[in-house]
Structure formats: structure tokens, C-alpha cells
Design a protein around this ligand. Sequence first.
Ligand SMILES: *[C@@H]1O[C@H](CO)[C@@H](O)[C@H](O)[C@H]1NC(C)=O
Ligand SMILES: *[C@@H]1O[C@H](CO)[C@@H](O)[C@H](O)[C@H]1NC(C)=O
Ligand SMILES: *[C@@H]1O[C@H](CO)[C@@H](O)[C@H](O)[C@H]1NC(C)=O
Ligand SMILES: *[C@@H]1O[C@H](CO)[C@@H](O)[C@H](O)[C@H]1NC(C)=O
Ligand SMILES: *[C@@H]1O[C@H](CO)[C@@H](O)[C@H](O)[C@H]1NC(C)=O
Ligand SMILES: *[C@@H]1O[C@H](CO)[C@@H](O)[C@H](O)[C@H]1NC(C)=O
Ligand SMILES: *[C@@H]1O[C@H](CO)[C@@H](O)[C@H](O)[C@H]1NC(C)=O
Length: 321
Amino acid sequence: MKFQDALLGLAAVSFAASSANAALTLAQNYSGSTFFDAWTFVNGIDTNTTGNVLYQTREQAASEQLAFINSAGNAIMKVDNTTSGVNDPTFGRPSIKIMSNATVPAGSLVLMDAVHMPFGCSVWPAFWMQGPNWPNDGEIDIVENVNLAANNRYTLHTLDGCTHPAADVSSTIETGIVESTDCFNATNGDEGCIVQDPSTNSYGAGFAQNGGGVFAMLWNDTGIMIWFFNRSSIPSDLPTANPNPSSWPTPTAFWPSSSCDTAQFFSPQTLIFDTTICGNFAGAADIFNPSCTGTCTDLVADPGNYNDAYFEVSYVRVFTK
Ligand SMILES: *[C@@H]1O[C@H](CO)[C@@H](O)[C@H](O)[C@H]1NC(C)=O
Ligand SMILES: *[C@@H]1O[C@H](CO)[C@@H](O)[C@H](O)[C@H]1NC(C)=O
Ligand SMILES: *[C@@H]1O[C@H](CO)[C@@H](O)[C@H](O)[C@H]1NC(C)=O
Ligand SMILES: *[C@@H]1O[C@H](CO)[C@@H](O)[C@H](O)[C@H]1NC(C)=O
Ligand SMILES: *[C@@H]1O[C@H](CO)[C@@H](O)[C@H](O)[C@H]1NC(C)=O
Ligand SMILES: *[C@@H]1O[C@H](CO)[C@@H](O)[C@H](O)[C@H]1NC(C)=O
Ligand SMILES: *[C@@H]1O[C@H](CO)[C@@H](O)[C@H](O)[C@H]1NC(C)=O
């Protein structure tokens, strides 16, 4: 009996220690009618990635119904699909780019639940984060792909010295497929260190048809981990006030701190949603032509190409230690 009591005591101590490690508290809860309140709408043409869009102010976006809360209570961020640009050679299609007022520090968990994300030929959406000074303060791309791609991609961009493990190690630490290992922005035209999601329900039409899902990014001293959970595989603790990533399965993408010292390469990150058109990723001929025909910029003027170019987001939550 005494021996059993001692064992129970030990179990209680280790349980307390592990829940203390896992203790994450809600820092930001972007949802419902207040979803857009703590973000800054970027206004202007897409100077950073040379896309054919004109990002709208919050007031313009609301009056044009490009950023609003729909009847389901979800945040819509869409590309204009009603304006023709045929007679305007410098036409920039109205779109949305928002940056969070609050930053995400080390020790945080970011959750983003969406039921639809933008897709279509020429469309380039992203949900991502970056520090104040690029690339010195790092960039973490949680959602990003282009055109008719079926699989999401997870990517870091950094200064020199941060890498993702090679394929043999990758298969033991993550379910995604490593595409490139050097996160340094000057390598291979700043492609970054990319892990591709193995599921065709992680992006585009497949994502929308399957009811979307949740992307979760955890950044702690062990490294940066990203999970994609489709609608039917979301851990029961994830949407609660006490998400516990240590109970979740193997991450989809994992950059261990042993090959990327996250304290060195990442500063507190600003969250960003945007959708651009063509530009230096979606519009590059070798990227555009495998899934779409013609020249990317020829599509911009026709609003009918943008009916699927919208985010429908249930919530974004940030938990911090
Ligand atoms: C976020 O920043 C924008 C300006 O950049 C401001 O208009 C808005 O009120 C801020 N939101 C909050 C909740 O502070
Ligand atoms: C370009 O990037 C900088 C740095 O992140 C940002 O402040 C600015 O708003 C961006 N401009 C556009 C048009 O996206
Ligand atoms: C990488 O970052 C450095 C430092 O800011 C910059 O000079 C360089 O142009 C960047 N390279 C690419 C390919 O973006
Ligand atoms: C959802 O995810 C689970 C777990 O990864 C997987 O077994 C299942 O096939 C996925 N379902 C769809 C429709 O993608
Ligand atoms: C975030 O806010 C929504 C809407 O007010 C609420 O339903 C949800 O419980 C909140 N989430 C957490 C983790 O508190
Ligand atoms: C980081 O989070 C992972 C997943 O929950 C966990 O296994 C690991 O122990 C954490 N690292 C630290 C230093 O807390
Ligand atoms: C524009 O796209 C929305 C979906 O975001 C769709 O409901 C609507 O019918 C489209 N408008 C036109 C004119 O096709």
C-alpha cells in the first residue's frame, strides 16, 4: 500500500510538471464581429511581390464587400470578382492584405481555422508571419501556394545558417515532404526551406470541398512545428481554451532548433493574410504553365477568374506561454 501511494504521488508530480510545460494562455482571439478590429489593412499596389492587385483600406473593403463577416460569423477576405479591367492597362484588381497589430513571440501557438481559401489560375494567397526587418527577423509561411496547386506548402525564410533536415531525417520527424532544406533567403532565389503537405485536402479546391480545417503553428525552444488537421481530424482539445500540442500526432512540418536556432533567426512575428495575383510566384511561367494555360497577367482583367479567390476564416487564435 505504501509503495502504491508513493507511485501515485510520483504520477501526480509528473502530471503537474507536464501540464505546467504545456500551459498556454489565450493572447489573441480573432473571431466573429470583432475579427478585423486588431489588424491593419495595407493600402496600395503590391510593391513587395509585384502582383496585379490594389490592396484596399478597411473602409473600401467594407463598402465593396471584400472584407466582412458573413452570416455564418466567419471572416471573408476576397479578391474583387465584379470589376472588369479590360480597358485599363495598369489595372490592379482590388484585394485584401491585413497585418496583425499584435506580434506573436517565441513560445506561442497560432491556430487558423478556415472553411475556404483562395485558389484559381493566377491566384496567390498566403497566411504567414514575419518579423519587423526582413529577412533578419525571419518569415514563417503557414499557408501558401498558387494557381491550381492541390497541396499546401510550409516554408521558412531566414538569414544564412538555418536549415531543415534532409529527407532521411524528415521522414522520422514530420508527415510532410521536404522540398528544399536551406532557409537562407539568398539561396535558390529565396525559395526558402519548404515542406509540402501530403494531403490534397490542405489547399485549393480539395480544401474547400472537404470543409477546410485548422492550421496550427507552435514555436518553442524545440523548434517550429506546423500541423494541418482536416475538418474530421481536429484534436478535441484544439478548439478549447486549453489546447495541448504535446498530445497531438506527428507534425506535418518540423524545423528542429538543432538545425535552425529559432532564437537567433526569428523575432516576434506579425501575422498576415493576403491574396495577390500573378506576381513573382504565381505568375512565373514555369510555375503558372504546368497547371494553367497562357500568360498569367492575361487573366487579371476578367472578374470571372476570381470567384474562388476568397478566404473564409472561422477564427485565428494565439496562445502564449
Ligand atoms: C490596429 O491598428 C490600426 C491602424 O494601424 C487601427 O486603426 C486599429 O484601431 C488598431 N486596432 C486595435 C484593436 O488597436
Ligand atoms: C511590404 O512589406 C512591408 C514590410 O513587411 C510592409 O510594411 C508593407 O506594408 C508591404 N507593402 C505592401 C503593399 O504589401
Ligand atoms: C536576401 O536578403 C538580403 C539582406 O536583406 C538582401 O540584400 C538580398 O537581396 C536578399 N535576397 C533575395 C534573393 O531576396
Ligand atoms: C483527414 O485526416 C486524417 C488524419 O490524417 C486522414 O486519415 C483522413 O484520410 C483525412 N480525410 C480526408 C478527407 O482528407
Ligand atoms: C474566442 O472568442 C469566441 C467568440 O467570442 C468564443 O466563442 C471562443 O470561446 C473564444 N475562444 C477562447 C479560446 O476563449
Ligand atoms: C515544444 O512543444 C512540443 C510539442 O508540444 C513539446 O514536445 C516540446 O517539449 C516543447 N518544447 C519545450 C522546450 O517546451
Ligand atoms: C463572386 O464570388 C462570390 C464568392 O466569393 C460568389 O458568391 C459570387 O457569385 C461571385 N460573383 C459573380 C458576379 O460571379
